[in-house]
Each structure stands twice: as structure tokens, then as C-alpha cells.
Design a protein around this ligand. Structure first.
Ligand SMILES: Cc1ncc(COP(=O)(O)O)c(C=O)c1O
Length: 479
């Protein structure tokens, strides 16, 4: 036995074979190497069947003599941890007994691990992305694509998708849409950015927003140099009647079908008030129809845009019905604003790939989009009903609202408990947002009247396999 370090500085480090990290501690090199390898196999860090580096390669990497490695391997073969076969090298034995506790399991006992359950607003159930149907649509779209699809193309986006969307939006959402008014963009946020630039070019300086919403969207507007006074939100949606009282407003951003995050639909007189304001002042309504396809109990709420296509800019997205990772969204723009949007788009050249656009066009035209929405609607409705039933059983004091459509519901909590419930959830490995996260602080006390302490629960987000555990964790932290 020769426990000696290879001393020659010229000995080259091995540049081939498997890379293997080992901490060599202990009394001697051979014993240290044997222990380190045994430990790596025992804890599962080296999986059964893994081929180990050749003795020459490992000796080179560790800077030790080759026969030290050969002897350590031989000892572990004798103990049954490794197998050695002529021609196939040394491998980790395929043992049948279960591994002893892996370090990861030991860690969770002492420190909080990453969150296990997620109910944060935003994504749909990503596990349900229709991979096979999307792939089939992509194959058909690519096969049929003209050569010009591989060029940069039209600033509005591929005409195939604009045409498919114009048909779909007219049919499913009551939008007045012609393909040459449909502008494709990579997400609502991108569309809003384009619109903010266009409005600035048209000398708009102020865009009213709802007193509850996403700060990333407010940031897009302020980032473009716009002032953003707030409209209070109550149980009938944004108080659009207040638009006439606010000074110098050139546009208003609304979520009429399903206010984000309170979940209420804008009452019909308030829809009419918004349109009256736009007509009488020359203002614009920016309609964020982010989850309008998902409705459950109530009568369908069509798009506000249908009331006045010359004053309403309609925004839709594939982020809820399919996946936010696609970064595919669309605007239907009043004729007057199209040239401004095209100019803005020329400056901020981030469009979705033409191939993704063609795939979505094919997906819609073949009826797969409708089928996906219908199937997800059933699934989310079932989730929502399970959420309501579980809370009624386990926390009869809380009220659930804002759930007639969309992917999120509002779980109203006793006054003063929101922050402690969000913190308790985090301790249970559950990420969930409190309503306060979405309040626009500048809205002041007027903006606070409608919604009390609450959680905004995106019941669509967990996969089916995570749903039961997520619901249990949520019920556990209810006051
Ligand atoms: C209120 C609201 N608007 C729009 C969107 C869609 O955003 P995007 O198309 O940028 O993914 C979302 C997504 O979560 C949303 O919550």
C-alpha cells in the first residue's frame, strides 16, 4: 500500500471521464478516499449504476497515486458498494435496500426549505399545458409556413394569427375586431408599454388606474412619464363616475370583466359611465381582459370594447388560457391609434417568434384553443368549489368572494389578521398574497374602503398532485 501524493507538478490533471467531487478527510489518503466514496454511495449522492472515473483519471484529479485509488475501489467492491467488471469499469452497485436519509431530508428538519405550495396570483396550472396538441399545431404550422415567415415580418404581427384572433375575439368575447386592428405583442405588459408610449406621443400625461392592481403595471405607466391618479374600487368595480372629477385624465386602465385582484365585475352603469367619459372628453379606455374567458356561475360578461371600439383599446393574453412562458398577447386598437402603436413597436422590437405566432394561429383555427379553455374552465371551477367547501368546513368564519370567474378568489379574513396569516402560511411552506400587496398606496383612504383584510388565492396555480396538500396547508393557517 502506498499512501503517497503524486508530487510531480507536471502530472497533468485528467481532462476526460466522469467528474466526481470528494472531500478527503481522515487519517490516511486511502482510508479517506474509501470513506468519502462509501459515504457518497450510502447517502445516494452517487446513484446506483453510476460509472466511476477510471483509477488513472481520479488519481490525476485528486493528485494522488493511482494504486491508492485502485485499492480504495477494491475495498468497496469487496464490501458490496461498488461493482467492477472487465471492460465496463467500476460502477455503483445496484442495491435493493432503501437509501438511508439523504442530507436534503435532514436539512428540512432544521431550516425552512423552499416553499412547497404556491397560491400566488399569476400563473395557471402549468402542468396542464397541452404539450401534445401544441406540438401537433406547431408541426402543421411549420409545414404550411410560407418562406416569408422566417423573415422579420409585419410590425403588427403575423396576419394568420391576427385573423384567427379577430374571429375568436368577436365570437367568444364580443370584441369588434378586424385583423388590421389587431396588434400582437409579447405579454400584456409589453402591450401596455407600447400604449403608454403612444399616449405620450399624443400628449396624454395622466392615466387613471384602479386603486387595487399590479404594481408592475403601474410601474410601466409611471416609467413612461405618466401620472396615475386612482379610481376607488368597491363591490361594483372601479368608480368610473369619478373620472369626470379627476383633472386632465387622458386614459383609464380597467379590468372590467374581473377586477384584479378583488374579482368583481364592473357594473353595467359603470361600464356606461366609462364609455360616456371617453366619448365626451376624447379619452381612451385601456381594457385588460386578462382572464375573461374563465367564467363560472354568472352570465358571461362581454368585453367593454364592444360598446365603443373607437375609444377602447382591448388587451388579451395567452398567459392564463395557455402559459405565461409563451409571451403571446394581443391588442385590438382603435383605427386612429394603429400608426402610433406600429411606430412604438418599431422602437421596442420585442415581438414573439413568428413560429409561435403561427402555432397559436393554427391552435385557434383548429378549435384546440376553445377546447383547452373549456376543459380548464371545468377544472378551475371544480378547484374553486373545493376551495369554498374546504374553507366552509375548516374556517366557517371566513367569506370567499370575487370567484364568479377568473383564476383567483378573495378569502376575506377577520380585521387585523392578514399579515399574520400570510406569515403563518410561509412557515407552512405556502406562498400566498395578502390583499394589501395590491393596494395602490397613493390612492389614500378612498381606495381602501372596499376590501378588508384578505388573501388573494390563485387556486388555478397548483398542479393536481399538489392541490390537496395546498388546500390543507391553507386551511391550517386560517384564523
Ligand atoms: C391583472 C393582470 N393583467 C394581465 C396579466 C397578463 O400579463 P402578461 O400577458 O404580461 O403575462 C396578468 C397576469 O397575471 C394579470 O394578473
Amino acid at each position: 500500500m502506498t499512501d503517497s501524493r503524486a508530487t510531480s507538478p507536471a502530472a497533468p490533471a485528467s481532462t476526460f471521464g466522469t467528474d466526481l467531487h470528494l472531500d478527503l478527510n481522515g487519517p490516511g489518503l486511502r482510508a479517506g478516499l474509501t470513506d468519502a466514496l462509501r459515504e457518497a454511495v450510502r447517502t445516494g449522492r452517487l446513484a446506483p449504476g453510476t460509472r466511476l472515473p477510471s483509477s488513472r483519471s481520479l488519481a490525476g484529479d485528486l493528485g494522488i497515486a493511482r494504486n491508492t485509488v485502485t485499492e480504495a475501489y477494491a475495498e468497496l467492491v469487496a464490501e458490496g458498494w461498488l461493482t467492477a467488471q472487465q471492460g465496463s469499469g467500476t460502477k455503483v452497485a445496484r442495491r435493493t435496500e432503501p437509501r438511508t436519509a439523504a442530507p436534503a431530508a435532514a436539512r428540512t428538519a432544521t431550516a425552512p426549505g423552499p416553499p412547497q405550495y404556491g397560491l400566488l396570483p399569476g400563473p395557471p396550472d402549468l402542468a396542464e399545458f397541452p404539450r401534445a396538441k401544441w406540438l401537433a399545431a406547431a408541426r402543421r404550422a411549420l409545414t404550411a409556413a410560407p418562406h416569408d415567415a422566417f423573415g422579420i415580418g409585419d410590425a403588427l404581427g403575423r396576419v394568420e394569427l391576427r385573423t384567427a384572433l379577430a374571429d375568436y375575439l368577436a365570437r367568444a368575447r364580443g370584441v369588434y375586431a378586424e385583423p388590421d386592428r389587431v396588434v400582437l405583442c409579447s405579454g400584456f405588459r409589453h402591450g401596455l408599454m407600447l400604449m403608454a408610449h403612444t399616449l405620450r406621443q399624443r400628449r396624454v400625461r395622466t392615466v387613471a388606474v384602479e386603486s387595487y392592481g399590479l404594481d408592475v403595471h403601474r410601474d410601466v405607466l409611471t416609467g413612461a412619464g405618466l401620472r396615475i391618479p386612482a379610481l376607488p374600487v368597491d363591490e361594483h368595480g372601479a368608480r368610473t363616475g369619478d373620472l369626470t372629477r379627476l383633472r386632465g385624465v387622458g386614459a383609464v386602465l380597467l379590468t372590467p370583466a374581473h377586477q384584479f385582484p378583488t374579482g368583481v365585475a364592473l357594473r353595467s352603469d359603470r361600464r356606461a359611465a366609462a364609455v360616456d367619459w371617453a366619448r365626451s372628453t376624447g379619452g381612451w379606455i385601456l381594457e385588460d381582459d386578462y382572464d375573461g374567458e374563465f367564467r363560472y356561475d354568472r352570465q358571461p360578461v362581454g368585453a367593454l370594447q364592444g360598446l365603443d371600439p373607437e375609444r377602447v383599446v382591448y388587451f388579451g393574453t395567452a398567459s392564463k388560457a395557455l402559459a405565461p412562458g409563451l409571451r403571446l398577447a394581443w391588442m385590438v386598437v382603435p383605427g386612429k391609434l394603429v400608426p402610433g402603436i406600429v411606430a412604438a413597436k418599431g422602437r421596442a422590437e420585442w415581438m414573439s417568434s413568428a413560429l409561435e405566432q403561427l402555432t397559436l394561429a393554427e391552435f385557434i383555427a383548429s378549435g384546440a384553443y376553445d377546447r383547452q379553455v373549456r376543459s380548464m374552465r371545468l377544472r378551475y371551477r371544480r378547484r374553486r368549489d373545493q376551495l369554498v367547501a374546504a374553507l366552509a368546513r375548516n374556517a366557517p368564519g371566513v367569506r370567499v368572494s370575487g370567484m364568479a370567474g377568473g383564476l383567483q378568489a378573495v378569502v376575506e379574513l377577520p380585521p387585523g389578521t392578514e399579515r399574520s396569516v400570510v406569515r403563518a402560511a410561509a412557515r407552512q411552506g405556502l406562498t400566498v398574497s395578502g390583499m394589501a400587496e395590491f393596494r395602490y398606496e397613493e390612492a389614500g383612504s378612498a381606495g381602501r374602503s372596499a376590501v378588508r383584510d384578505a388573501l388573494v388565492v390563485n387556486y388555478a396555480a397548483p398542479s393536481d398532485s399538489a392541490w390537496a396538500g395546498t388546500l390543507e396547508a391553507l386551511c391550517r393557517v386560517m384564523p
